[in-house]
Design a protein around this ligand. Structure first.
Ligand code: AMP
Ligand code: MG
Length: 361
């Protein structure tokens, strides 16, 4: 049984977590499936509920620093390794000071209390301090570090509302704390800090790369794939965030694409009665063209004004969910024009959402 909780029921949610149970909590990025990070069995339950492969490590969420707390507090709690090269410790602390609480996950050497199940056996651990007040209250009330991967079954669209989390995990978690829609809407940016203090980007997300570089005053380098046995780690898998329906991508200037692909589209959509368009700005032109050439109903969803990446990120997953729930047989989604900042996160999520669909010729 999954119980819906409101924000005044945080103590109840905290008690479930202390007992090794599973609680979905709102964060500023997406809803997270929270569990006691140092409790082996609780962590195992998270992988089971999500059907997540064991070689995809989890992010450990920590409460806001109190007066006088810093990186050394996390080391004292056994979350981060005790002995760090000075260059590395300095950069970690600078990123914490500038971006925490917020959508930035730091990959750092792992402390002795972190179970293997959390890191998939890696000698590093992913750590983040969420900005959402309810996530912070839950971390404080439970007194626990919490793993909190997105509250969806593996590979599927991340939930940005309590209702979407319930659709994904009903009966698989003990409770869901409803905190309304998530503000940012895409997952955290993930960076690794090397022993030399070099920062590498493993996943674009809610914190733009440019802002990291402004603070560090040095370039952030592209990440190297993290190898786990024979597998390349994690959220780095090619297909992810995927709707059940096929999803094809079009550029922000779709006219040429349209003009050269009507035949392919008609062949692919033979017998279909409707299609979904997820695009930027006014959807009327795309709707008219799709209707005129394909002779079927077109369900239109707008991600907001072109160029408004914050609104686009905020709406992305809920919009993909709505398109997926429609009776369309295929989703056509338009990429943003911008490839930097939140644009990088949007392109990344849309590309992986389309990875299982054979592209149109
Ligand atoms: P999520 O699925 O949103 O919880 O994101 C977790 C992601 O963080 C994983 O899929 C990895 O890409 C990344 N991650 C977590 N721990 C590590 C680690 N120790 N090294 C590299 N990447 C990690
Ligand atoms: Mg996820």
């Amino acid at each position: 049984m999954t119980t819906m909780l409101t924000e005044d029921q945080i103590p109840q949610a905290a008690a479930i977590l202390q007992d090794g149970g599973l609680v979905v909590m709102p964060t500023e990025t997406v809803y997270g499936l929270a569990a006691h990070a140092l409790h082996q069995l609780a962590v195992t339950r998270v992988f089971q509920a999500k059907e997540r492969p064991a070689n995809d490590p989890l992010i450990v969420h920590v409460p806001p620093f109190q007066e006088g707390e810093d990186l050394s507090t996390l080391q004292a709690r056994g979350l981060v390794a005790d002995e760090l090269p000075i260059a590395q410790a300095k950069v970690i602390q600078r990123l914490m000071d500038a971006f925490w609480p917020g959508p930035l996950t730091l990959i750092v050497p792992r402390g002795s209390h972190v179970p293997d199940a959390v890191t998939s056996g890696l000698d590093t651990v992913a750590i983040r301090m969420p900005a959402h007040p309810l996530a912070q209250q839950l971390l404080q009330a439970s007194g626990l570090p919490l793993v909190a991967p997105s509250a969806n079954r593996f590979g599927r669209i991340s939930p940005t509302t309590a209702q979407a989390a319930l659709e994904e995990l009903d009966g698989r978690v003990d409770a869901i704390v409803d905190g309304g829609p998530c503000a940012v809407g895409v997952e955290s940016t993930v960076v690794q800090i090397t022993e030399e203090g070099v920062v590498r980007l493993l996943r674009p997300g809610g914190t733009p790369q440019q802002r990291l570089e402004d603070v560090l005053q040095t370039p952030v380098l592209p990440g190297r794939p993290v190898h786990l046995g024979a597998h390349i780690s994690p959220g780095l898998t090619e297909s992810h965030y995927a709707p059940r329906k096929p999803l094809v991508l079009v550029s922000h200037e779709p006219q040429h694409w349209f003009d050269t692909r009507w035949e392919d589209l008609r062949a692919r959509l033979e017998g279909a009665e409707s299609i979904a368009w997820v695009g930027w700005g006014d959807t009327a032109s795309a709707q008219n063209q799709l209707h005129r050439h394909l002779h079927m109903r077109v369900h239109c969803f707008s991600l907001g004004p072109a160029g408004d990446l914050e609104q686009g990120a905020h709406k992305l997953f809920a919009t993909l969910r709505a398109a997926d729930a429609s009776d369309a047989v295929m989703i056509i989604a338009q990429l943003p024009a911008e490839r930097t900042g939140l644009g990088a996160a949007l392109v990344d999520r849309l590309t992986r959402a389309s990875a299982d669909t054979t592209p149109l010729a």
